[in-house]
Structure formats: C-alpha cells, structure tokens
Write a protein of this length. Structure first.
Length: 692
C-alpha cells in the first residue's frame, strides 16, 4: 500500500506532503509515514531544510478520531511530534486551511511555522471529551505564553492566521499557493543560515498567579459537568511548573485518563452523528431544486426568526402578514435580530441585508419565489386557508413548507393540488439561533423536495433531521412523554423544583418546569386542550398546571409560574404547592432522590424514543440523539439519550419500566423495539451500524 506521506527533494529542500483525504487525519499510516520521512531527511545529504505540508483543502485535520477507543498503534503522535522536533536540520510546517488538534501539534513539533492567509489553528479536542495529547499543551504556552493557550484549549477554540502571527504561534504569513510560498520561505531561511529551533527547549512560560484559578472558576460554571475543559487547564498549568519531558508525561497521563471516560465516547458519538444524520440512502443521487428566493408567511415569533435565518444565509425574503401593522412589527423584529447579529460579529452590515427583505400583505407577491415557509397560528383551518392561497399563487416547481409544531403535515399538503411539493420544516425558537431543523416528510412528498429541504438546511447552517408525520414528530413527541413523567413524579411526591434541579444535575441547561415558564405555560395548556377530546381516560392531567393557567401564572412573561421572576432570575413559587397538594389528594407519596428522578425522566425519554424509531418516525436511533442534542439541550457529553441508554444497559432500563408499569401500566408500556433489542441482546448503536 502506498504511504499517504510523500518525500520529494528540490535542490536543498525536502518537501514532506501528507495526502490522506478527506481531511489528512493523522491515522497510523500517516504517523508512520511522517516518522520515516524525518529519518529519510536526516539521512539525506542533499536536503538542508524540510517542509511539511498537507495536500488538498487543509494542512492536517488532527488525530484520526475513528481510531479512538481502539488499541493505539505505534508510533504514537506525541512521539512523532518529538521526532520532528529532534530532526538534525530545520523543519518548517507550512499551513493552509485548518490545522486542528494533532495538526497544530505537528506544526509545534516543527522548528519554523508559516501559514497562508485564511489558515486556521485550533485545538478542538475538548469537543471530543479530550485534551491535546501530542505536546500541544506543553509546547504552545512556551511559544505564545499561557494566555493564548488558556483561551483556546478549555474552549476547543481556534485562531486565524493573523491572530497566530500576533501571538507568536507562527513566524511567517504569506498569500497564495502554500507549496510555492513555502519554497520561498525555506530559501529565505537557508539564506539566513538558520538552525533547528526546538519549542520544547524553550523555558517554562511565565504567568499571572490567578490565571488558572480564574479559568477554573469560569469553566466550572460553563462546562456543566464536562470534565475535559478543566483537565485542559490542568495540562497547561503543568507546562508552567514541570520541565518539558515531565510536562509531556503529565499531559499524556491526563489525556489517557480522559480517553477512558464515557464523556469521550459520548462526544465522539455526537461528532460522527453530526455527519451521518444528513446522509440518507434514499436521497443518494437525488438533485435538489434551486432555492434563490424565499417567502415567509406569518412574521410572529417563528416567522421573524426564520426570515432572519434566510437573510443571514444571503437569501432574499418576501414576508407576508395579515395586515400592515403586523408586517411592520415583523420588520422591526427582524431588524433587531440583524442588529444583534452584527454585535455578535455574525454579520457585517444589517442595512444592506435588510434591503433583501420585502414585507407585504398580498400573497400575489409570492408568485415567483422558489420556496414558501408558513409560520402562522397553530390552527388547522388557518393552515388550510394559507396553503390554498399559496397553491393558487406560487409557480410550478416551487416548494411549499409548514413550520407547524404538531399538526398533520399530510393533511396540510392535501389542502393543495400539489402535495408532492409540500414538506414540513420545523424550526426551533429562536429560529435564527437554534441549530436543529426537523424535516417532516409525508409519504406524498417528492424525493427532490426532501433533498431540497436538506440542501436548504446546509445553506442555513442547520443540523437537519428527517422525521415522519405523527403528533409532535420526533422531538416534541418525546418531550411530551418525559414531561408526562415529570408530572407523574409530582403526583407521586417530587416537587417541580427538585425535578428541575435533578435534571440540571444530569447536564441539561434547564429542567422541564423552568422550560415551561420560559416558553409560556399557556402553550402547555393549549396543547392539553387540543388533546383533551382524544385523551385516554387512564392518562393524567396536571390539574395544578391548569389552575396556574386560570390564575394567569404563565411563567416568565407574567413574572410568575413555577418560579417568581425578578428579571430572568427565578425563585421557587410557593403558591404552587397548595395546588399540587390538592391534585395529589391521597395518593401514596415516594421520597424521590435526584437519581430516581433522573432515572424515570430518562427512561420515559428513551422508551418513547424507541417507539418513535420502531414506528419509523425517526429512521435511526442517532436521529433521536441529534434531535435532542440540538433542539432540547441534551448534554453533548452524554452523546444523546439513545447512546446514554446503551451505556446504562437496555435490559436494566426495561426492568425499571416493567417495574413502574405495575403501578402505572398505561404510561409505562415498554416500547416493542426496546423489548426486541433486549431479547436479542442488541443495542441502539447496533441499529445505527446496521443502517450505515
Ligand atoms: N478523524 C477521522 N475522520 C475525520 C476527522 C478526523 N480528525 N475529521 C473529519 N473526519 C471525517 C468526517 O467524519 C467525514 O467523514 C469526513 O472526514 C469529512 O469531514 C492527539 C487527540 C477538518 C474542519 O476535531 O472539524 O487531534 O462523513 O464533513 O466540513 O491532540 O471535519 O465523509 O464519512 O467534517 O470539510 C482533532 C474534526 C482530533 C477535527 C473538515 N481534530 N474535523 O470539515 O468535512 S483529536 C478535530 C473537523 C486530536 C490530538 C488530539 C472537520 C474539518 P464522512 P467533514 P468538512
Ligand atoms: P405567533 O403567534 O407568534 O405568530 C403567528 C403570526 O402569523 C402572527 O404574526 C399573525 O399575524 C400571522 N398570521 C396569522 N394568520 C395569518 C395569515 N392568514 N396570513 C399571514 N399571516 C398570518 O406564532 P409562532 O409562535 O410564531 O408560531 C407560528 C407557527 O410556528 C405555529 O404553527 C407554531 O406551532 C410553530 N412553532 C412555534 C414555535 C415556538 O416556539 N413558538 C416553535 C416551532 C414551531
């Protein structure tokens, strides 16, 4: 097998090229190839200086993530970086595009670093539940000082080439072709008669005494249970107090300690899911339709956010509202969103972007748009009316979509003469911020319309998940069930505030009752009203929540809900307790621990998710994991509820569910898929593999 590392000599310059598509990951063959190339360079009488560069779109994408969790093969990356550093003649790292993780560490192993404009240097390891493991945490602080390393590594961040030049990470910045510019730089260094310059030989970096304490305080708060960011701080600190070789050993010890954690497995599971979720075999070779203009119908909470997301992606938007006042209100909201995006550095100029927005009240203005996204009231008759109008005005071949949260998209499509062109695009609030997009596909929808929706998602930088048609699709359906488990725990003795605390301790940003207060308790009440006619008599109704609604306690928007609010800060609302006591009546009460609460909450989530996968509403368990991560704040370091379930054991979960079913057979009906997997000794991960 040819090595992914080439060695070529031109005059006195050796060029070591890594060609390992798609991202020049530092897999075993690349590591061995690099090691051998340095040996060859050392022995090469002609070559007086060497250049390491990457072929294709980037320098190096870092360690090969697919090798993690498998027995590591020598040479290990830290040894390769030290082997480069120990070369007897100068070595240059010439970087174009991203240099990430191990890619940065190879560059730090070199004696001179140059970059091409547009290059990016990053240590994303904590996003994989790891830390730099090939000398990065020891060499970078010696080169740039502690500050830049402490800013980058706990955050998994990156810097531009200009910033890298400024903080001393690189020595030279050029524009143009990397090979050409590297040759020029090498000739310049040869002319200067430079020698090897080993970063590892630089002294321990100086630092401010409270730098590490401040970083630990910050990341203890921000990490919400993730261990890697704090470990990265420990590693950088080691560089300030240990001789280099000791520091390298300490970094390795910390790195290997993280390699064994469930968090690392969860984060890497999430990394690969991000890439698999939009790969649908049924869309292979299906060309999407072109989308060059968008119509948004309804400019309320969601419509304004959706319009903003499209404008930020460079798409002209025609927004239709019921009346001039509502249209003006929508324009004001969108203007505010764009101004905020400028402040966050996500947009250069709001004014020029706003020129691409047209607000109208006449549907005829949509006659030439390629895609319409409806976000009007969540009422089927209003949706029908809107889709009848869209069907009348829009051009053949246009895509008609709805942002409904729960309603039957097949029925909405049937209100038109072109159901094949209708699809659900379920954004999450705020639509220009939340990354998740549920693409709800009725059986009547044409494949190229689904492909068009996924292409749009990519353009809007959304993470798209395909969902089938049912009440609440993937996310809201599962949400309704674990919310149901929370209500049942209240009836059985837990308080809303204990439940919120337990769920936050599990790693979610908010508990279900804080979330209810944020979204508005009227939404929950409307949903219960909508479901009342078909509700199973064995189901429970959170009567205390209905009473809160009738008291006008709608959460943050009324300053009172499960919490009372001074601004955004909430304090448990004791006035809810008597409402709960009344609803409990003389039911037997349990003394819930946080673990008991987490177990039931998660079991309800996983059990319903298994029904969603079993019914084909979600194609694979990974679709559920991605949905909960990007739409419902599920902690990335747990990988997702299905990954979590595999880690705790499906048989143990099923036992719990069967146990609770003795008291509540209606709610705790085990999902047939869960029972099947347990019976076959298989896992959700097996299903993901099977569908790959
Ligand atoms: N290892 C293995 N596979 C990788 C990979 C990697 N590092 N990076 C990407 N891939 C696969 C990916 O799964 C996809 O596969 C294909 O390549 C294209 O990726 C010791 C421990 C580089 C910016 O975290 O950020 O070094 O789906 O779709 O949008 O200290 O990939 O086609 O089958 O994302 O052009 C640190 C992760 C590793 C970088 C390119 N490095 N990658 O983005 O392509 S840890 C990272 C990225 C480490 C050391 C430590 C991006 C990219 P498939 P893609 P892209
Ligand atoms: P909203 O009440 O904030 O906005 C609805 C807007 O639609 C109003 O401005 C109204 O004037 C306009 N409208 C109503 N009938 C119209 C018509 N015939 N033509 C043009 N405009 C019309 O509601 P929202 O929260 O933005 O929800 C809109 C849709 O998005 C609903 O289907 C909802 O279920 C769904 N959704 C909401 C959320 C959320 O968190 N709010 C999240 C996802 C999906």
């Amino acid at each position: 097998m040819t090595s992914p590392v080439r060695y070529d000599v031109t005059g006195e310059i050796a060029v070591i090229t890594i060609a390992n598509p798609p991202v020049n990951a530092l897999g075993h063959a690349v590591r061995q190839g690099l090691w051998d190339a340095i040996d060859r360079f050392d022995a090469d009488a002609e070559a007086r200086i060497a250049i390491i560069l990457g072929e294709g779109a980037l320098f190096l994408g870092g360690a090969d993530i697919s090798e993690f969790g498998k027995p590591p093969k020598e040479p290990h990356l830290p040894d390769v970086c030290t082997h480069i550093e120990r070369a007897s003649k100068p070595v240059i790292a010439a970087v174009h595009g991203p240099a990430l993780g191990g890619g940065c560490e190879v560059a730090l192993g070199a004696h001179y670093r140059m970059a091409i404009k547009g290059a990016r240097f990053g240590f994303p390891e904590v996003q994989l539940g790891l830390i730099p493991g090939a000398g990065g945490s020891q060499r970078m602080p010696r080169l740039t000082g502690v500050g830049p390393a402490l800013d980058m590594m706990p955050a998994g961040g990156s810097v531009t080439a200009d910033q890298a030049l400024e903080n001393g990470f690189i020595d030279h910045l050029a524009d143009g072709d990397v090979h050409e510019q590297a040759m020029i730089y090498a000739k310049g260094l040869l002319a200067d008669g430079v020698d090897v310059r080993r970063v590892g030989d630089l002294p321990c970096p100086a630092y401010e005494a409270d730098a590490f304490d401040a970083a630990r305080t910050l990341w203890t708060r921000k990490a919400r249970g993730e261990v890697a960011p704090l470990t990265a701080i420990d590693a950088v600190e080691a560089a300030t107090r240990l001789p280099f070789d000791e520091g390298i050993k300490e970094e390795r010890r910390l790195f290997l300690s993280l390699m064994e954690t469930p968090q690392r497995a969860g984060m890497i599971h999430a990394f690969f899911n991000d890439r698999k979720v939009s790969k649908l075999p049924e869309l292979k070779g299906v060309a999407p339709r072109d989308i060059a203009s968008v119509g948004v119908i309804g400019g309320g909470t969601m419509g304004a956010g959706i319009a903003t997301a499209c404008l930020l992606a460079g798409l002209p938007v025609t927004l239709v509202e019921r009346d001039e006042a509502s249209a003006e209100k929508a324009r004001t909201t969108i203007t505010g969103n764009l101004d905020a995006a400028v402040k966050r550095g996500k947009l250069k100029d709001a004014e020029s972007t706003l020129t691409k927005l047209t607000t109208v009240t006449d549907y005829a203005a949509l006659s030439d748009v390629d895609l319409a996204i409806e976000a009007v009231f969540e009422d089927m008759s209003v949706k029908h009316d809107v889709f009848t109008k869209l069907d009348a005005v829009m051009k053949p071949g246009a895509v008609l979509s709805t942002n409904t949260s729960y309603l039957d998209v097949t029925e909405i499509a049937a209100a038109t003469s072109r159901p094949a062109d209708v699809i659900g695009l379920h954004f999450f609030s705020p639509a220009h911020v939340m990354k998740l997009l549920e693409i709800v596909v009725p059986d009547t929808t044409a494949p190229e319309v689904t492909a068009t929706a996924f292409a749009l998602a990519k353009r809007l930088k959304k993470t798209a998940v395909k969902a089938g048609v049912c009440d609440g699709f993937i996310g809201n359906r599962i949400l309704a069930t674990y919310r149901g488990a929370a209500d049942r725990m209240i009836l059985a003795g837990a308080s809303p505030w204990e439940i919120d605390a337990a769920i936050k301790a599990f790693g979610l940003p908010m508990g279900p009752f804080e979330m209810g207060d944020l979204a508005g308790l009227d939404i929950g009440f409307m949903t219960r009203q909508r479901k009342a006619p078909d509700r199973d008599p064995r189901d429970i109704v959170p009567k205390w929540a209905d009473a809160m609604y009738h008291n006008g306690w709608l959460g943050q928007k009324t300053g009172q809900g499960y919490y009372t609010y001074e601004g955004r800060k909430g304090t448990p609302n004791d006035a809810v307790k008597p409402l709960i006591d009344e609803a409990r009546g003389d039911r037997p009460q349990l003394d819930f621990t946080p673990e008991m609460i987490q177990r039931r909450y998660m079991a309800a989530m996983v059990n319903e998710a298994a029904k969603v996968v079993g019914e084909g509403i979600a194609a694979r368990p990974l679709d559920v994991d991605v949905t909960l991560l990007y739409g419902y704040g599920f902690p990335r370091w747990r990988g997702g509820p299905m990954h979590w379930a595999d880690s705790v054991g499906l048989d143990a979960l099923l036992d719990d569910i069967k146990g609770w079913a003795k008291d509540d057979p209606y709610f705790w009906q085990p999902a047939p898929l869960l029972e099947q997997l347990v019976a076959e000794g298989r896992t959700f991960s097996d299903l993901n593999e099977a569908s790959a």
